[in-house]
Design a protein around this ligand. Structure first.
Ligand code: UD1
Length: 358
């Protein structure tokens, strides 16, 4: 398992060792304690990988590590506490572990905050990627899965949005995702790297165990965690940002994807990279859009009562409809979603009601 680091956190739960682990490839998950990272951790362990996490807990809670151990029945969840900007720590991880590939989640992701603090976004999201690159190049790693976002499509001209749509950005956060994708493309042209670029649509829901889920530190920006806080009574009502869009009911339509399906997409991407050494850029969505009012009603059904909302002005920068063309993900990765809207709402509510740290 390598030498213990001062900053390595061990969390003992149950001691169940799998014989398969001796053969398992080891994956570094930067940001592995976060919302999507933690669900991907579980999916990777279930697929037979070993995992090392690097996380600075800037938007996650260290108790996630204990919960990951419980879900995966591991006696040890290996996590280094620190930043992707810390090159010495990155080098230490690669010295202490025989890493086969990296999944890079660690990044800042709040659009409004990125407008107020663009330099923080450039530093964490772009310099962080470059620091990681420097280390993986030295370590001889060839495969990396990158967390991108449908935000790279900006205001799309056509929906469903295919991967060939032009890339645009409307804020510093979006800029960092477009720039990172371009860095990956140009780096792969010069060195024998293969990257899986995954453009997430709107992640929602939680692990069915109720042990991990989305746990934003501040008032949520995104729709489902906001509705969850209304349902729990922490917020009085949902503000519906505009009901005069050219959509089915006038409110914004998005392609919500269950976080466990999204996690599975990472496993497929990684397996594709490791088995074929072929890079890919794919959308991860369901191909089905729901409006804000439909989401609020579906969450209300999971909770068992109507949830209050008021119509508010449009949010600057919002598009009417964002919907994935999912054909490429199916063709290239064999990716298909398993969960629907009711699963997303029920699992989210299960997480909020029973487990979310206050
Ligand atoms: C937002 C970001 C996007 C980012 C994505 C994932 C903006 C403009 N876009 O996308 O760059 O990649 O999150 O983190 O911030 N809504 C309400 N009330 C709320 C919250 C949201 O009505 O309190 C509506 C929005 O107007 C939108 C829908 O719900 O129509 C979904 O919003 P959200 O969850 O923030 O996701 P995106 O806007 O798709």
């Amino acid at each position: 398992m390598g030498q213990r680091s001062d900053r390595q956190l061990d969390h003992c739960t149950r001691s169940i060792a799998s014989a398969d682990n001796q053969m398992a490839q080891k994956i570094l998950l930067t940001g592995g304690a976060g919302y999507i990272g933690s669900h991907t951790y579980v999916a990777l362990i279930e697929a037979g990988f070993e995992v090392v996490i690097l996380d600075n807990f800037s938007n996650s809670n260290p108790s996630v590590l204990i919960r990951l151990g419980q879900i995966t029945r591991q006696n040890q969840v290996i996590c280094y506490e620190g930043s992707v900007l810390d090159k010495a720590l990155l080098a230490q991880i690669f010295t202490e572990h025989d890493i086969s590939a990296v999944i890079h989640f660690a990044a800042l992701k709040a659009v409004g905050e990125s407008v107020e603090q663009p330099l923080a976004y450039f530093s964490t999201n772009i310099t962080g990627l470059l620091c990681l690159f420097e280390t993986i190049k030295t370590a001889g790693i060839k495969h990396l899965v990158f967390s991108s976002s449908a935000t790279v499509y900006g205001e799309p001209e056509e929906v469903p949005i295919s991967e060939t749509a032009p890339l645009q950005f409307t804020n510093p956060y979006g800029f960092t995702k477009v720039a990172s994708e371009q860095i990956l493309t140009q780096a792969a042209a010069a060195d024998p790297w293969a990257f899986g670029v995954l453009r997430y649509f709107n992640p929602a829901g939680a692990h069915p165990s109720g042990l991990i889920g989305e746990d934003p530190f501040d008032i949520p920006n995104n729709l489902m965690p906001y509705i969850a806080k209304v349902a729990s009574g922490a917020l009085p009502h949902l503000n519906v940002f505009g009901n005069d869009y050219d959509t089915r009911d006038g409110t914004g339509e998005r392609d919500y994807i269950h976080v466990c399906d999204l996690a599975q997409g990472h496993v497929l991407s990684l397996q594709k990279l490791l088995s074929t050494h072929e890079g890919h850029v794919v959308n991860l969505g369901t191909g089905q859009a729901y409006s804000v009012l439909e989401m609020n009603a579906a969450y209300g059904e999971a909770v068992g009562r109507d949830l209050p909302y008021v119509i508010a002005p449009r949010r600057p920068g919002d598009v009417p409809t964002c919907l994935a063309d999912v054909r490429k993900a199916k063709k290239v990765l064999g990716f298909e979603t398993q969960f629907g809207l009711a699963d997303m709402c029920q699992s989210s509510w299960n997480w909020i009601e029973t487990q979310a740290p206050s």
